[in-house]
Design a binder for this molecule. Structure first.
Ligand code: SF4
Length: 298
């Protein structure tokens, strides 16, 4: 794993110090809300000084290349910098489930997941805790961690923070949620999602390239993109598939997801207060195949 080279060469410590400068006042994510997190304030995302998590366990429900035989060592971080009205994990993203965790304990959790046979460490929504998980990573390296790191996020990522993660993250697992800012504003409370996420995905691909699997079919490096199909074509699937084909890679790995269901606040929006139809899902797959026959669709 690349992060081991940085750790051994002393550069991981330097990156941690660098990223800690962005923690308080906080400018880790594109919101740049400026919360003085080390002085007790919580940011617009809800995050405070220490990392808070909802759960950590071997997860067998992720995409097959992330699961292998031993599962994906998944750590669910509490809070999120988006406000999706249909959030499928809203108790976690809104911080109703949270346990404060110090770096040493988080490092021990990573080692426990490795000892349990997991094939990677899967950091779910880590954006607002980047300095904290790097501090834990440094301690985990001292304890013998050697699994690939998966950065599993909403796609609403700040370029500068991503650039500082170069050489640390092995696998990027971002969503690409919307093609237009109107939907992004209405359903996730943010205007600039499309341009921010597109730039973020380009940077992720620049760092790690297309997904690479080992002989056992387990992902070891690269970009795997998730796209949740919304009712009424509101995610802009066809436009996003064209973007991925033309500006990321025509051989990208993409999980086009059909599991949308109205939850959390979605009932307030009649147009998304239903599951997608089989036809809507087939249309999404067709749009992806038309954008690039070389896509690896999961
Ligand atoms: S990560 Fe949270 S606290 Fe930091 S800028 Fe973004 S919203 Fe604010």
């Amino acid at each position: 794993m690349n992060y081991l080279n940085l750790f051994r060469g002393g550069k991981l410590r330097k990156k941690i110090m660098d990223l800690k400068k962005d923690l308080s006042p906080c400018k880790l994510c594109p919101r740049e809300c400026g919360a003085r997190r080390l002085k007790g304030e919580r940011g617009e995302c809800g995050a405070g000084a220490y990392a808070e998590i909802a759960a950590a366990f071997p997860h067998f429900g992720e995409e097959p290349p992330l699961v292998g035989k031993g599962g994906s060592g998944t750590i669910f971080f509490s809070f999120c910098n988006l406000r999706c009205v249909f959030c499928q994990n809203y108790t976690i993203s809104r911080g109703k489930e949270k346990i404060e965790i110090k770096p040493r304990t988080l490092a021990q959790k990573m080692i426990s997941l490795q000892n349990a046979g997991c094939v990677n460490i899967n950091l779910v929504t880590p954006t607002h805790y980047v300095p904290q998980f790097l501090e834990a990573l440094w301690q985990a390296c001292n304890m013998g961690l050697k699994l690939p790191l998966v950065y599993n996020c909403s796609g609403y990522e700040k370029l500068d923070t991503l650039r500082k993660l170069e050489g640390i993250i092995d696998i990027y697992l971002p969503d690409i949620k919307y093609a237009d800012s109107q939907s992004a504003r209405k359903y996730s409370g943010i205007d600039d999602y499309p341009q921010v996420a597109k730039s973020a995905l380009k940077e992720m691909h620049r760092q790690v390239g297309d997904l690479v699997l080992n002989d056992e079919g387990v992902a070891v490096r690269g970009l795997l993109i998730r796209h949740l199909v919304l009712p009424e074509g509101l995610a802009g699937t066809a436009e996003l598939m064209q973007f991925i084909a033309n500006e990321i890679s025509p051989t990208s790995w993409i999980n086009i997801m059909d599991q949308y269901h109205p939850t959390y606040l979605a009932k307030r929006y009649p147009e998304i207060n239903r599951r997608i139809t089989p036809e809507e899902f087939q249309n999404a797959l067709k749009a992806a195949r038309e954008a690039s026959p070389g896509f690896h669709l999961l």
